[in-house]
Design a protein. Structure first.
Length: 470
């Protein structure tokens, strides 16, 4: 098969290599679409991966074409999205069902071969079946969508309690099934089922019993540093209505909700509309904005409200995407020309924002979030740190005196339950409530994928999501 192989830092080659043979409880996936994540760029060109040689790529989807010993042959011929984190199944977080915080995880595309290839072997327990109405390109964006869902749920806990339908399983036609729990799918990982940090199957533990529901993640340590595991991504996204395959990206949304149309949540009993700020409009920031807008629509249909959404970016095309989402120009702050902290205070009557998603990962934006948060406000640290993070004494005092809640978020929950982050995202894809395909700005063949890597590395042109289509 053909694959992009990272031999060493800044040494990635398009090579012919042996097609992988699935091990016990694994399947062979023919990759149909693979997105480039922002974290792939430093991994390839600056820091290297955990092992070399390595096939990068952790945002991908494809068709199951082979099964290893112990894997359910029923997967053959099925279209699937792939959760890239491979938990050990035996550490404290895994036993608590918080797999995204596994202490000894494997990871497709950084610790073992990933999706920048024609074929990849993956644990059967990491598959999620795709309905026919979801394209491979959309499914390759399930991973960043689920990351955004996870962040939203960290500070808006009512979304964690929302089930994705009666039992949440979605069949191949995109319909929510009334009966069967997908929990039994974890038995595809086999009776011994645990996977170690190298992605190898070990013996002794039932994967099914180890994989239940996921819970809270991350925090800020005493030095103000965020604790993250595998890297994530800044980039972009949208809500809905075309065919979901990225066509008509420049057409504005006709049914999206402008902020002035959003009936606000009342903030902390003050009678004031709750304000939610997304700082940083990369892929995750834009997907998060789209999810918040969809949440607002859903809450209003049931008699609730979704809050007022404000966003902060620093690129002209980000402003255009926000307008396409349905936010008004007044809801967008260009941090190149405006003082974002002052801008937030002006739009909240000096009170500050109730919820701030910091999707940049820089000292100055963290400081700005603390300065701009309302008393008893919530700050979710989403962006991977671009450098060492430190809290000045004055900033630390503001966290104490304003009794702010500062939380981290990492990866996403995947448990084969209706309430996990991946099923939350897949249900909205199936209903066409979200159309992330519109964010695909560049498509390349697998052979040409390096062009996309260079665009992102050199920032030679505007991009949102760059994808290989195979």
């Amino acid at each position: 098969m053909k694959a992009w192989v990272l031999q060493d830092i800044n040494d990635i080659r398009y090579e012919t290599k042996e097609k992988p043979v699935p091990c016990a409880n694994e399947v062979l996936v023919a990759v149909k679409a693979a997105g480039i994540c922002g974290s792939d760029i430093p991994r390839i060109y600056k820091t290297g991966a955990h092992v070399h040689p390595l096939v990068p790529g952790h945002e991908f989807a494809g068709l199951v074409v082979g099964t290893g010993p112990g894997a359910d042959s029923g997967w053959l011929g099925k279209r699937a999205g792939i959760f890239p984190l491979i938990p050990c199944g035996s550490c404290g977080p895994c036993l608590a069902g918080q797999y995204e915080m596994c202490r000894n995880y494997g990871y497709l595309g950084s610790r073992r071969d990933g999706g920048f290839a024609e074929y990849v072997a993956v644990p059967a327990g990491n598959l999620i079946e795709l309905p026919d109405c979801v394209s491979f390109e959309e499914a390759a964006m399930l991973e960043p969508m689920a990351v955004a869902v996870h962040a939203m749920r960290r500070v808006l806990p009512e979304e964690s309690r929302a089930e994705s339908g009666p039992t949440g399983a979605v069949n191949a036609s995109g319909q929510v099934m009334q009966g069967g729990s997908t929990e039994s799918d974890w038995s595809d990982a086999g009776p011994t089922g645990d996977v170690n940090v190298s992605g190898q199957v070990t013996h002794g533990g039932s994967a099914k019993s180890d994989w239940s529901e996921s819970g809270p993640t991350g925090a800020v340590n005493a030095s103000g540093q965020t604790t993250h595991g595998e890297s994530r991504k800044p980039e972009q996204a949208l809500t809905a209505e075309t065919d979901g395959r990225g066509q008509s990206m420049n057409q504005p949304q006709t049914d999206a909700v402008a902020p002035q149309a959003v009936e606000g949540i009342l903030s902390a009993g003050t009678g004031v509309e709750e304000t939610i700020v997304v700082c940083g409009l990369g892929t995750i920031g834009l997907l998060l904005t789209a999810l918040l807008l969809e949440r607002g629509k859903s809450r209003r249909k049931s008699g609730g409200s979704g809050g007022r959404i404000l966003v902060i970016g620093n690129k002209d095309f980000q402003r255009q995407k926000i307008l396409e989402l349905g936010l008004s120009a007044e809801a967008y702050c260009d941090s190149r020309a405006q003082d974002a902290g002052r801008w937030i205070l002006e739009r909240t009557g000096g009170r500050g924002a109730d919820v701030i998603f910091e999707c940049v990962g820089r000292n100055e934006t963290l400081r700005q979030a603390v300065d701009s948060a309302a008393p008893a406000g919530r700050i979710c640290l989403v962006g991977n740190p671009a450098s060492d993070m430190a809290l000045e004494r004055e900033v630390y005092w503001k966290i104490l005196r304003n009794q702010l809640t500062v939380t981290g978020t990492w990866n996403s929950s995947f448990s084969h339950k209706a309430s996990d982050d991946w099923h939350y995202a897949l249900e909205r894809l199936s209903r066409k409530d979200l159309m992330p395909g519109r964010l695909i700005s560049h498509r390349f063949s697998l052979e040409e994928l390096e062009k996309g890597l260079h665009i992102m590395r050199d920032k030679s042109e505007d991009y949102v999501k760059i994808m290989a289509v195979i």
